[in-house]
Design a protein around this ligand. Structure first.
Ligand SMILES: C[S@@+](CC[C@H](N)C(=O)[O-])C[C@H]1O[C@@H](n2cnc3c(N)ncnc32)[C@H](O)[C@@H]1O
Length: 536
């Protein structure tokens, strides 16, 4: 396979300089640049998830992986080989010979042209550092998840790289049914329909790793809390646990602004785990997460206090927690109107209208079905279709409404059952109507916000927001009955009906901390500060 033209030109120029003996340390950047040239050539990097890693980031992760002379290093979606280049350098400075280094590097990529770039990069590196042209026959073309040579399994000391991020909710990156079938056979119960491709690479990494090996792969932060990858996370923790978490942030790649992290998997000597920030270079040490609950570490990195809640009774035991279905949205979209004076029709609720303890209908405009409304209401016909009739009966009851992309829980109590929620709002309908304010107090408490952040950090649209799902809320632990919870319920009502002054919101936080047995200054001041930001 020939090299892409732009890369071939740059590689030839480099080879000539090497042969003339005119190359210094700057050649490293020029070798890494070959990958950048390949990146520019790719028409659509999204389909294959081909976003290459900057050399400085690869160097940083190679250092974190602790690659030693003699280690077998594998990148299972090697791209132009930037991680192997950084690994080769680290090994070279650790005293390993150039032929031994080249022999220790393994890489596979589905794109034959990109593999050719990786081979050329490492051959040029060997010619520079070792004055010899060496074969790079362990850089191969193939599907990393299905075609890795059998003798690579269990034999790699370090598996490192940046696998393709291929989310399964978008058609351009979703796998076809043949591949889905093959991957299901390959990964069994750990495979779920919506699992991101990069999580499957993390599973592969564990299989490739030797018993004392290390796996470091860059993945989207959303994987830390995604439901679809929970079985995979739990399996990994059982095999080669999450030891440390490198938090890359949003600015690692120039072509794609995605929040990224790199789980560092290796056997651990103690119960501690380090969170390493790429942006600030700070390291925090925390106790390791419960099996599969990796998002807690990201929550700590984001400054969310850690809470431990007893899960004897959960919200799902006392209420039905539901998200709405698409048909309801389309039905509402055809019936939404601007309200008249004294309008008694059900009001439309959107996520934009729900704030903590507040429903902003009439106070701010909202967008719905591609239109702006001041006071949207729903005109219901005499006999709605049976499916929607059932939905209306369920929704036109007293309930709590929860916004879904938030920093802290944003909840409003619809005491009269007069609001019709549009997706993605979540409804909580208490089994006993008298429990409405108690459930509001629990869901809106500092403890609930910190708990949700720790199980879902990384799933929101930005680093500090979470995407609240109905399934998560169903599992939210409730406090035991107590006077503090009664007072919290009373204060929640006051906060919604009379607009909270600071004194009431602080008191609400305090009593709900007592109710949850989570009294801590840190939790209270975190929640108050987030609450005030929301009100500002
Ligand atoms: C995000 S890029 C990263 C490449 C390289 N590790 C880096 O960090 O620069 C992902 C690479 O995976 C390759 N790829 C996509 N699907 C693959 C698969 N199933 N098996 C192996 N490689 C794959 C793409 O061609 C691309 O080169």
């Amino acid at each position: 396979m020939a090299l892409p033209l732009t890369v071939a030109k740059a590689a030839n120029a480099l080879a000539k300089r090497l042969e003339a003996g005119g190359a210094g340390e700057e050649i490293l950047q020029e070798l890494a640049e070959l990958g950048r040239l390949r990146q520019k050539d790719l028409d659509d990097y999204r389909t294959n998830g081909a976003v290459f890693t900057p050399y400085s980031v690869a160097q940083e992760l190679v250092r974190e992986a602790g690659i030693d002379a003699g280690d077998i290093v594998c990148d299972p979606s090697v791209g132009p080989g930037v991680f192997l280049l950084a690994a080769a350098e680290q090994k070279f400075h650790g005293g390993e010979s150039v032929p031994s280094i080249i022999d220790s590097l393994r890489g596979i990529d589905i794109d034959p042209l990109t593999i050719e770039v990786a081979r050329t990069t490492l051959r040029l590196w060997a010619a520079w550092r070792g004055k010899r042209w060496l074969a790079t026959d362990k850089l191969i073309v193939g599907d990393g998840l299905l075609d890795v040579p059998a003798d690579w399994y269990g034999g790699c000391d370090v598996v490192i790289g940046n696998p393709p991020f291929l989310g399964q909710l978008k058609s351009e990156t979703a796998r076809d049914s043949m591949r889905a079938k093959a991957l299901k056979e390959r990964f069994g119960d750990l495979y779920t329909a919506y699992i991101d491709e990069s999580m499957l690479f993390l599973l592969l990494g564990v299989e490739l790793s030797s018993a004392n090996g290390t796996v470091v792969l860059i993945v989207p932060a959303s994987l830390l809390g995604a439901d679809s990858s929970r079985p995979a996370r739990e399996w990994i923790d059982d095999q080669l646990p999450l030891k440390d978490l490198w938090v890359g942030g949003r600015s690692v790649f120039d072509v794609a602004a995605v929040e990224v992290v790199a789980p560092i998997l290796k056997q651990r000597q103690d119960r501690n785990c380090r969170i390493i920030s790429h942006e600030t270079r700070e390291t925090i040490e925390v106790s390791s997460a419960t099996a599969g609950q990796w998002s807690r570490l990201l929550a700590v990195a984001n400054g969310t206090p850690t809470v431990t809640l007893a899960a004897d009774v959960t919200l799902g035991d006392q209420a039905s927690v539901t998200a709405d279905f698409r048909d309801a949205y389309y039905w509402l979209a055809e019936r939404v109107q601007e309200a008249d004076l004294q309008d008694g029709r059900p009001k439309l609720a959107t996520v934009g209208l729900v704030d903590p303890f507040c429903f902003k209908h009439g106070a701010v405009n909202t967008r719905f079905a591609k239109q702006q409304f001041e006071r949207p209401v729903i005109q219901i016909e005499d006999d709605p279709p049976p499916k929607l009739m059932k939905w209306l009966e369920q929704k036109l009851q007293p309930k709590l409404l929860i916004a879904t992309q938030t920093r802290i829980v944003e909840c409003y109590a619809d005491t009269k059952g007069e609001l019709l929620p549009s997706t993605p709002l979540i409804s909580i309908i208490p089994m006993k109507e008298t429990q409405l304010w108690h459930l509001m107090a629990a869901v809106a408490s500092p403890a609930a916000s910190a708990w949700l952040a720790s199980v879902a950090a990384g799933t929101g649209l930005s680093q500090t927001t979470i995407r609240i799902r109905a399934s998560l809320l169903t599992d939210l632990p409730l406090p035991l009955p107590s006077e503090s919870w009664d007072e919290g319920a009373h204060l929640a009502r006051q906060m919604q009906e009379e607009q909270a002054d600071e004194h009431i919101s602080v008191r609400f936080g305090e009593v709900m901390n007592q109710a949850y047995d989570t009294a801590s200054e840190e939790l209270l001041s975190w929640w108050i500060s987030e609450f005030q930001k929301k009100q500002a």
